[in-house]
Design a binder for this molecule. Structure first.
Ligand code: ATP
Ligand code: MG
Length: 657
C-alpha cells in the first residue's frame, strides 16, 4: 500500500512564507479563528506538511473526549522531517552533534541524514520490526538515537524513548506497558566525564520485565569494555549497519491517527502515564508551532538543550526543527562543563537562532559566574524559550539582562500536549513579555480556569482556578493513554462534572489574558483555611538575593491544618557553615515572605540545603519532600535525579541539638 518515495505526495510543499508576509492580523484574531473555526484553521495549518492522501474529515469528535484529526489522510513523520527537504536543502546541515563528554563533533546534511535513517530502517526491518510494533529506545544523546526515532516512524513502528539513565525498574515497567518487539540501547552513556554503563542495567530490566523484547540492538560506543553480551539476543549496531550500507526503505504511509510514539510522563505526581501520540495531528501541530511560536525558518539553527527522553526533546530536538527544514543541534554534556559558557560557545559557533531549555538549567547557570554569558557572541540568538517548571521572575530577569539581544520567553505545556499550551506567539504578533507569566492561551486551545470545588468558571481577573482545556484537544495532543482508554478518560476528563481536560495545575489570569501558573493542584497548601500556591511562596523566597533555588511544601499540622515548610539553596554555601549564618539567612527568608505575601505565608521552618530533589527532567519532587516532612515514605522514586538530595532533606529535618 505504500507508495514509492519519488512519487509526489498530493500536497506538494506549501511555500514557507516569511512571518513578515503573513496577513493574519493580531494574535487575538488568530486565536479566535483557531477555536471558533477549528476545522478551517487546522486544514490551513495542515498545508505545512506533505500528505500522501488528503483527509476525508478534518476532525472526528463523534466519540468525546477522543478527538481524531485529519481522518483518512495519510502521511509520515519521517518523510516530512527528512525526505521532503531533499529537493531544496539536501546539502544543508540537518543535524549537528556535539559531545563534551566524548569530545566528538559530527555533522549530517539532510542527504546524509536520509542515508542514515534509511539504513537504520532497513536494520530494524531485518530485526522483524513492522508497522505498529513498539521499539523501546534507551540511548544516550547520540545521533544514532535520532536515526532510530526517524527510522521507526519511517516504518510506522511506534517508538518509546526511555530516558537513558533511568533505573532498571523504570525501564522494566515501561517495557511491560509497551510490550516492545525490539530494544535499542548502548554500552554506556557519559555524564560529567563519568561513564554510566547502560547494559548491566538493561540486563537487569530484561530480567524483571514480563514482556521483554526478543532482540536487543546494541550500539557499542567503546565506553564500557566490560559490557555484558547475550550472543543469541544481542545484535551489534555497527555490524548490522555495515550490512545495510546504502539500503533504501520506502516510507510507510500511515493513516493520520495511527500512533507515532508512546512517551511516559515525568512521574512527578506518581505512576507515569503512557502518552500516545498520533501521526498527522502531531506533524501539523509541530510544523505550525515551529512557524508561529518558535519562528524557526528553513536554513536556520535551533538548539534545544534538553534530552530526547523528554517531550521537549521529541518535539524540539528531533521532529520540530527537522519538519521546519532547520539545522538541529544535539548536545551531549552538562551545561556547566567544561565551564558555564559551553552553551553560549555553541550558540556562537553554530550561529544558533532559536534556543530552548528549562528554567532549572538557567537557575544552575545563575549560580555560576555571570561573565560566562558575555564571553561569546550570542547576537544570532533571537529567542530563548524556557519551559518545564515555573520560571520565577528573578531568574527570568537575570537571564534576560545577561542576553541583551535575545528575547527570553516562557511557555507552558505538558508531555500530554506535545507542544505549548500557554505562551507567546511571536511568529504572529510580538507582545511585551511579563516576568513570571508564560502569557496567553495558545491558538487551538480553549483554556479556562475552573473553581476547584464548584467547577464554576472563574472569569474575574487574578482569581485562582484549575487550568483546563475545553475539548476537543487540538492536533498534537495525546490521543489516549497507551492501551488504556479508560485511564485517559478517568485521569484527564473526570476531574469536574463536565468533561474538560484538566492540566492539574493552578493558575490565575490577569486583565490582559496572561496566565500565571501557581503550582500543581496537589501542591496547594492550606494554612488555616487559606489556600496558598507553592509557587507564590517559592517565587517570593527566590526574590531574596542570597537564594538560588527553593522548594516549598505544605506539611500537616494539628493546629493549622497545614504549615509552610521551605527548603532553600543558598547562592553562597558558606552561609550554611555556621549556626549564626544559617539562622541569619533563615530569618531573612522569613522576612522576605512576610514583606511580599504577608505573615500567613511565612514558612514555619526554613531548611538550608545545597541540592533539591528533582526528577531527571528537572522538576522539583515536592511530593517526596512533603512525604519526608510528614514522616512518610517518599513514594515512587524511580525518576529521582540524585538520591543525595533527598538525603539532605532527611538530614535537614532531623531535630538539632
Ligand atoms: P506526571 O504527570 O507524571 O506527574 P509531570 O507532570 O512532571 O509528570 P511533564 O509532562 O514533563 O510531567 O510536566 C508538565 C508539567 O510541568 C506541567 O503540568 C506543569 O506543572 C509544569 N510546567 C511545565 N511548563 C511550565 C511553565 N512554563 N511554568 C510552570 N509550570 C510548568
Ligand atoms: Mg503531569
Amino acid at each position: 500500500m505504500s507508495r514509492l518515495n519519488d512519487e509526489k505526495p498530493f500536497n506538494s510543499p506549501a511555500p514557507w512564507r516569511g512571518n513578515e508576509e503573513r496577513a493574519m492580523g493580531t494574535y487575538k484574531e488568530f486565536h479566535r479563528q483557531s477555536v471558533e473555526r477549528p476545522e478551517a484553521f487546522w486544514a490551513e495549518q495542515a498545508r505545512l506538511i506533505d500528505w500522501e492522501r488528503p483527509w476525508d474529515q478534518v476532525l472526528d469528535f463523534s466519540r468525546p473526549p477522543f478527538a481524531r484529526w485529519f481522518v483518512g489522510g495519510r502521511t509520515n513523520l519521517c518523510h516530512n522531517a527528512v525526505d521532503r527537504h531533499l529537493a531544496d536543502r539536501a546539502q544543508q546541515p540537518a543535524l549537528v552533534y556535539v559531545s563534551t563528554e566524548t569530545q566528538e563533533q559530527r555533522r549530517y546534511t539532510y542527504a546524509q541524514l536520509h542515508t542514515e535513517v534509511n539504513r537504520v530502517a532497513a536494520m530494524l526491518r531485518t530485526l522483524g520490526v513492522n508497522r505498529g510494533d513498539r521499539v523501546i529506545i534507551y540511548l544516550p544523546m547520540v545521533p544514532e538515537a535520532i536515526f532510530t526515532l526517524l527510522a521507526c516512524t519511517r516504518l510506522g513502528a511506534i517508538h518509546s524513548v526511555v530516558f537513558g539513565g533511568f533505573a532498571a525498574h523504570s525501564l522494566a515497567t515501561r517495557m511491560d506497558d509497551a510490550k516492545p518487539a525490539l530494544l535499542v540501547t548502548a554500552d554506556a552513556g557519559m555524564r560529567g566525564g563519568k561513564v554510566i554503563p547502560y547494559k548491566p542495567l538493561v540486563e537487569e530490566a530484561l530480567k524483571q520485565a514480563q514482556h521483554p523484547p526478543s532482540r536487543v540492538l546494541v550500539l557499542n560506543r567503546g565506553l564500557d569494555p566490560t559490557m555484558p553480551r547475550v550472543p543469541e539476543r544481542d545484535v551489534d549496531f555497527a555490524t548490522l549497519a555495515r550490512e545495510h550500507e546504502g539500503a533504501q526503505v520506502a516510507v510507510e504511509w500511515l493513516e493520520s491517527s495511527e500512533p507515532s510514539y508512546i512517551l511516559y510522563t515525568s512521574g512527578t505526581t506518581g505512576r507515569p502515564k503512557g502518552v500516545q501520540r498520533d501521526t498527522g495531528g502531531y506533524a501539523v501541530a509541530l510544523a505550525s508551532s515551529m512557524r508561529n511560536i518558535f519562528t524557526g525558518k528553513p536554513g536556520e539553527t535551533m538548539f534545544t538543550a534538553s534530552d530526547i527522553g523528554w517531550v521537549v526533546g521529541h518535539s524540539y530536538i528531533v521532529y520540530g526543527p527537522l519538519l521546519a527544514g532547520m539545522t538541529t543541534v544535539l548536545y551531549e554534556g552538562l551545561p556547566i562543563r567544561p565551564d558555564a559558557s559551553i552553551w553560549w560557545r555553541l550558540v556562537e559557533e553554530h550561529r544558533v537562532n532559536v534556543m530552548f531549555t528549562s528554567p532549572t538549567a538557567i537557575r544552575l547557570l545563575k549560580r555560576q559566574d555571570a561573565a560566562h554569558l558575555s564571553r561569546h557572541d550570542t547576537s544570532s540568538l533571537r529567542y530563548l524559550f524556557l519551559a518545564g517548571e515555573p520560571l520565577d521572575a528573578p531568574t527570568h530577569e537575570w537571564i534576560s539582562s545577561a542576553l541583551p539581544a535575545t528575547q527570553v520567553l516562557d511557555n507552558y505545556w505538558q508531555t500530554e500536549t506535545g507542544w505549548p499550551l500557554l505562551g507567546p506567539c511571536p511568529g504572529v504578533e510580538a507582545r511585551p513579555r511579563k516576568f513570571g507569566s508564560p502569557g496567553t492561551a495558545l491558538y487551538g486551545y480553549r483554556v479556562k480556569l475552573l473553581d476547584a470545588q464548584s467547577g464554576e468558571e472563574v472569569t474575574a481577573p487574578n482569581q485562582k482556578g484549575v487550568l483546563v482545556v475545553e475539548p476537543p484537544l487540538p492536533p498534537g495532543c495525546l490521543s489516549t493513554v497507551w492501551g488504556d482508554d479508560a485511564r485517559f478518560v478517568s485521569t484527564y476528563f473526570s476531574h469536574f462534572d463536565k468533561p474538560v481536560y484538566s492540566t492539574f495545575d493552578w493558575a490565575t489570569r490577569d486583565e490582559d489574558g496572561d496566565y500565571f501558573i501557581l503550582g500543581r493542584t496537589d501542591d496547594v497548601i492550606n494554612v488555616a483555611g487559606h489556600r496558598l500556591g507553592t509557587r507564590e511562596i517559592e517565587e517570593a523566597i527566590s526574590g531574596h538575593p542570597g537564594i538560588a533555588e527553593v522548594a516549598v511544601v505544605g506539611v500537616k499540622d494539628s493546629l493549622k491544618g497545614q504549615v509552610v515548610v521551605a527548603f532553600a539553596v543558598p547562592k553562597d554555601a558558606s552561609r550554611m557553615q555556621t549556626e549564626e549564618g544559617r539562622a541569619g539567612l533563615t530569618r531573612e527568608v522569613m522576612d522576605t515572605v512576610d514583606k511580599t505575601l504577608g505573615a500567613l505565608a511565612r514558612p514555619a521552618q526554613v531548611h538550608l540545603v545545597t541540592l533539591l530533589p528533582k526528577t531527571r527532567s528537572g522538576k522539583l519532587l515536592r511530593r517526596s519532600i512533603q512525604a519526608l516532612a510528614e514522616q512518610r515514605e517518599p513514594g515512587d522514586l524511580t525518576t529521582l535525579e540524585d538520591p543525595s538530595a533527598l538525603e539532605q532533606v532527611r538530614e535537614a529535618l532531623k531535630p538539632r541539638e
